[in-house]
Design a protein. Sequence first.
Length: 112
Amino acid sequence: MVLWWSTTVEARSSFRRLLREGALTQDELVAALHRLSVIHQQADEVLPTARVRNLAEDVLDRTPLRSADALQLGAALAACKERPRGRWFVCFDVRLARAAETVGFTVLPSPG
């Protein structure tokens, strides 16, 4: 399993937003943060490099992503040495999932 360098920041931001909106309870937040920590400890992490930035810029030229999502996808491409065929990309954001499919990843769950 591979995570982009800022994945935990993005996830924590989402969890906190869901708590503020009432979609998560405090106990659910604690559980989600614990699961995130476990996943982070078990995963390899893609660090910010010039290669990731260049791949993200290329993704922006081909897809309608925002910068943070392009960096996420650029990191995934860097992690697989730009050979996404047969590799999974786990994502719950429809726009990012479609872009990942466009560049050749198999997305879970399917963006539909």
